[in-house]
Structure formats: structure tokens, C-alpha cells
Design a protein around this ligand. Structure first.
Ligand code: SF4
Length: 313
């Protein structure tokens, strides 16, 4: 008889509305225009998704100059792009579609608004993440990146100046609160975004993990090492009581012997990881253990973003 293993499945988990829409946009473009369709940057940070789209005829590039056949359509990834990218695409006469998540576009608009009011903008985020590059590229005026609390006092802005701030969508809810607090206590005149910029999917996935983490000896986060929301879920699981938490990039590569001595594991999938990877992981575990699956539901989600009409066949 197999050893018993309790599995706590976080809910919600996996694909968010922005990721769903971006993937559907690539599929719709392939249907409408045929192969190949170029995609600038990984459409979402997940190898399984990227490989599946490659097999359907998508070609991934990092720079528009890498596009060999400029008569083919190109799609910009869900993370958003600096203004210079659509400008360059227009100069090159490319047929382009922007799969930037509407919740990232909302932040781009906020930066534009702050820009019009000539307010310096502080962006809370992670250096070199494509979303941060895209958001910083919405203005040629003052925009400053802050990654941690101690960066705030080092900013070259006078304490008495009126300033604004926005955040990356996929940050740790807890860490960001501390940075915002520091901004508000250091600067006298802070104009805040109308609504929290950390998106609903990031918030819900982190809250779902918080609810079950302290019951888990081992927490498995299915996601990619270049995915901000995946890495934050590993941190949250550790911070909220999981004895150990790891990122699982390849569900078939886990050495299942590591679970021989433990009773309880937690599983979640990042906003860019498909549910099929959770099913694969559970099937692998079922081959070696007698699983008792406890599925938690922190929050029901019904957010949906439509594929632009222009891509419909
Ligand atoms: S994680 Fe949030 S901001 Fe990013 S694509 Fe998903 S819904 Fe949009």
C-alpha cells in the first residue's frame, strides 16, 4: 500500500484573465493570418505555453529587428512595452497587435496622467522585469524605480515636492505595503494611484497560499524562474508558515522521494501556469502516494478580458 500524503490545493491558482487573453490573441492571429505569427518576448512567462504556441506556428523574438519576414503579424506580450516599441513597429510598417494586459495598460495610463501634471513618478517594481521596462517607457520625464524600502530615502527628489507612485502588478502585497508606507512618510505630498495597482490575480493567489501555508511541510509553486508572480508565491508560502517552499519549473523533474518523510504538501500554480501542469503533478504523485486532496477556495474569480475584435476570424 502506498504512503498517505495530504495535498492542500490553493484556490484560485493558475491562469489569470490577462494571460488567457494574451494566449488567445496569439491563437486568433494564427487562425486569421496563418503561420508564422511573431511574438515579441515570451507572451507569458511559462515554457509550456511558449513551447505549445511555437508548435502551432508562433516565432518568439526579443527585438523587432529579429523579424525576418516583416509582412507577418507581430504581437506584443502581456507584460506591456515601452512607447518606443509600437513607434518602431509603425516605422517598420509591421502589422502589430498589443496583448498588454488591460490591468498593465491601466498603469501606463496613470503614468501618462501623472506625466501631464508634471509629477515625478516613483515606480515600485523589480529592475529589468519586462513590465517595469514597459511602464518606465511610458514617459520621457521623471520616473524612478524603487525596489525596496531603503531605496526611498535615496531618491534624488526633494521631500517637499509633490510626487506620485505606481507599482508593478505582480509584487508581494505585504512588501509593497511597507514601501508605500515609507514613501508616504518620507514625502510630504504624495498623489496615490486611484486603485491598488497590484492586480486581483496576484492578490488572490497570494492570499490563497497564505490560508494553507502553515499546514504544509512542503509547498510546491508551479511557475517559471523569470515570472515575478511565481517567485512571490514561493516567498509568501515561506513567510506564512510552510516549512519549505520551492518553485517547480518542470513537474516531471521532481524527485518524489523527498515526500517520503512528510505528511502534508501544498500546491499552487502561478498566474502564467496552466491547470494541465497541476493535473500532471497530481498524476505523478498518485503513482507513488495515496493522496487525500483538500481544495481550498479563497475567492471566486470571474474577470474576463475579450480578445480584440480585429483578431476575430
Ligand atoms: S497577473 Fe494580473 S496584470 Fe499580469 S496578466 Fe494577469 S491579470 Fe494581468
Amino acid at each position: 500500500m502506498n504512503k498517505k500524503l495530504n495535498v492542500y490545493l490553493a484556490g484560485p491558482r493558475g491562469f489569470c484573465a490577462g494571460v488567457d487573453r494574451a494566449i488567445e490573441m496569439v491563437k486568433s492571429a494564427l487562425k486569421k493570418y496563418g503561420k508564422p505569427v511573431y511574438v515579441r518576448h515570451e507572451i507569458v512567462h511559462n515554457k509550456y505555453v511558449v513551447d505549445s504556441l511555437k508548435s502551432e506556428g508562433a516565432i518568439f523574438v526579443e527585438d523587432l529587428n529579429e523579424i525576418d519576414d516583416k509582412s507577418r503579424p507581430v504581437i506584443f506580450s502581456a507584460h506591456g512595452v515601452p512607447k518606443s516599441v509600437p513607434e518602431e513597429a509603425s516605422k517598420l510598417n509591421l502589422l502589430f497587435f498589443d496583448a498588454t494586459c488591460p490591468l498593465v495598460s491601466k498603469i501606463h495610463k496613470e503614468v501618462e496622467q501623472f506625466d501631464k501634471k508634471k509629477l515625478p513618478v516613483i515606480l515600485i517594481g523589480h529592475r529589468n522585469h519586462p513590465e517595469v521596462i514597459g511602464t518606465m517607457g511610458q514617459t520621457n520625464n521623471e520616473i524612478y524605480l524603487v525596489e525596496k524600502v531603503s531605496d526611498v530615502k535615496k531618491l534624488p527628489i526633494n521631500k517637499n515636492d509633490k510626487i506620485s507612485y505606481v507599482t508593478q502588478t505582480t509584487l508581494s502585497v505585504d512588501d509593497t505595503k511597507d514601501i508605500v508606507q515609507e514613501i508616504k512618510s518620507h514625502f510630504k505630498n504624495v498623489i496615490e494611484p486611484k486603485k491598488n495597482d497590484i492586480c486581483y490575480a496576484t492578490t488572490n493567489r497570494q492570499e490563497a497560499v497564505k490560508q494553507i501555508a502553515d499546514q504544509c511541510d512542503y509547498f510546491l509553486v508551479i511557475g517559471a524562474s523569470n515570472s515575478s508572480n511565481s517567485l512571490r508565491l514561493v516567498e509568501v508560502a515561506k513567510n506564512y508558515g510552510a516549512k519549505k517552499a520551492i518553485l517547480v519549473e518542470d513537474v516531471d523533474s521532481i524527485n518524489l522521494n523527498i515526500f517520503d518523510e512528510i505528511q502534508n504538501i501544498g500546491i499552487t500554480a502561478s498566474a502564467s501556469s496552466p491547470e494541465i501542469l497541476v493535473s500532471k503533478l497530481l498524476n505523478n504523485l498518485k503513482n507513488s502516494f495515496d493522496l487525500k486532496i483538500n481544495e481550498a477556495h479563497y475567492q471566486k474569480e470571474d474577470t474576463y478580458f475579450k480578445v480584440p475584435q480585429i483578431l476575430k476570424v
